[in-house]
Design a protein around this ligand. Structure first.
Ligand code: GLN
Length: 491
């Protein structure tokens, strides 16, 4: 055994390094995100940027889209150029720089800061997770529990930050709130660099480095990406009849929707994909759509649900006045409390039902959370909602998250054709990016629509799609099973 192999809760000491790094990174990420909508839409006199609610919410959604879209770039850079460890380091530095820019008042500084945080997170987030996997030998039984511990780190950081950032923002303003996020990210970097010596070789190697022979292909890829960005921007400018923040929102939306569609078509048609693998790409499509809709609903925490907290919720709990940001703590708290329960349930049921049905459950819970909010909103009329309404919404969504999210990556890797293994992770992140792009477009298209109609409409669409997926589930399950058997035979 390697020294320190059992040093952290029976796990390699390197898990402590990645746990603390990701805990503080998530602290900064979710802390900033908790007050982002409020900052964008507050009046200039109050220290905000004065955007209208529609644009502000769509912008927050597109910020989420950008993070997940850029994680595809982060994964690619790590695989082919710098390796996971350096990606995390560079990403962390870029994020910290972004938060520091956000502490400076001014529209330009804020936009540059938000851009850097999105870009840095894209570099860091996928790679810190993949390094967790590298700490264990292939068949080490501690691998899954290791990821569960890591997930706790994520949610611990996400749980504490809304209270601290929200309170600091209330007392000293938005930029003071962002500086708390900057401190959190600085701590993440300190823990990461100080913990290097525990990481062994994790994240040091570049799995598929670019060789001179690859250069033309890489240049083509670069040209393709550039052409895509230009085309999306021009299209957005034509649709929006001009240049502005909406152009940016629309351009990113188009890119996030087109990328996974192109990737699926390329996979389906590639000569490197075998005849046996091809139907699996089709079988993956309904899972992709379900997961897209799930994240579409789930990630509205920072946009429309924060609006609901700010505008329509009574911000008083147990006689204490609360910030709308505090609601962001409900999901991580529920994950921490409920994951052991779910782990217990899945052990009892021997991981049944199969993955496709877990997706149905996940989407159903997400959709029900919005149906519930629509009904609550209708019942409220003009009075303010009790804070417990939003708490309930977030708890229902967490039930869905715990059904869908943990099995999602595994299903994606199993159904992806062998030649596209590397891109499978990208496809999973793209479901989130595309989901938030749909959110941004929906928010813009439904300006002026009542909350009841908005949340009820999305909830109804979600439920209908869950029913369709339920009908397709036996077919999807057959493909997953067959892929699983082949995998077993191959290893
Ligand atoms: N809350 C988790 C995290 O930040 C999962 C969120 C997600 O996958 N969108 O890692």
């Amino acid at each position: 055994h390697v020294e320190g192999d059992h040093a952290f809760l029976g796990h390699p000491r390197g898990l402590f390094t990645l746990f603390t790094t990701e805990m503080w990174e998530r602290f900064s990420y979710y802390g900033m995100r908790a007050i982002l909508l409020l900052y964008l839409t507050d009046t200039v006199a109050n220290g905000g940027l004065g955007l209208d609610r529609t644009t502000g919410s769509a912008f927050v959604a597109i910020y989420g889209t950008s993070v997940y879209l850029l994680s595809v770039v982060g994964g690619w850079l790590a695989d082919r150029v710098v390796g996971a460890r350096r990606s995390v380091l560079y990403g962390g530095i870029v994020i910290a720089a972004g938060h520091v820019l956000l502490t400076v008042p001014g529209f330009g500084f804020s936009m540059a800061g938000i851009g850097l945080v999105a870009f840095g997170t894209g570099l860091l987030k996928p790679n810190v997770s993949s390094m967790v996997g590298e700490l264990y030998a292939r068949h080490d039984p501690r691998r899954d529990p290791g990821f569960a511990i890591f997930y706790m780190g994520i949610n611990l950081g996400s749980f504490f930050s809304p209270f601290i950032v929200g309170s600091v923002q209330r007392a000293w303003g938005y930029h003071a709130g962002f500086s708390v996020a900057a401190v959190g990210m600085a701590l993440a970097l300190v823990f990461f660099v100080a913990g290097y010596r525990y990481l062994g070789t994790a994240g040091t190697d570049v799995p598929n480095p670019i060789t001179p022979d690859d250069r033309p292909a890489v240049a083509r890829l670069g040209a393709l990406v550039l052409a895509g960005v230009v085309a999306a921007t021009v299209l957005a400018a034509l649709v929006g009849k001009g240049w502005g923040i909406e152009t940016f929102i629309d351009a990113v939306s188009y890119l996030a929707l087109a990328t996974p569609a192109v990737l699926l078509v390329v996979m389906y048609r590639s000569p490197r994909v075998t005849a046996a693998e091809r139907p699996r790409v089709l079988a993956y499509a309904p899972l992709f759509v379900a997961s897209m809709l799930f994240w579409m609903i789930f990630e509205q925490a920072a946009s429309t649900l924060t609006e609901f907290a700010d505008d329509r919720t009574s911000l008083e709990l147990f006689g204490i006045s609360i910030s709308p940001a505090f609601f962001q703590a409900v999901n991580p708290a529920s994950v921490i409390l409920l994951s052991p329960v779910f782990a217990w349930i899945w052990t009892r049921t021997h991981d049944r039902p199969p993955t496709a049905y877990k997706f149905v459950l996940g989407l159903t819970f997400a959709a029900l959370s919005f149906v519930f909010l629509a009904l609550a909103s209708a019942a409220l009329g003009d009075s303010l909602a009790s804070p417990w309404i939003l708490v309930t919404v977030y708890v229902i969504q967490t039930l869905g998250e715990l059904c869908l999210s943990p099995v999602g990556i595994a299903a994606t890797t199993l159904l992806a054709p062998r030649a596209f293994r590397g891109q499978a992770m990208a496809l999973w992140f793209l479901s989130n990016a595309a989901g938030q792009a749909v959110t941004a477009q929906t928010i813009e298209a439904t300006e002026g629509v009542s909350d009841t109609a908005y949340f009820g409409g999305i909830g109804a669409v979600g439920l209908v799609c869950a029913c369709i997926l339920l009908l397709l589930a036996p077919w999807v399950t057959r493909h997953i099973r067959r892929a699983d058997e082949l995998e077993g035979a191959a290893s």
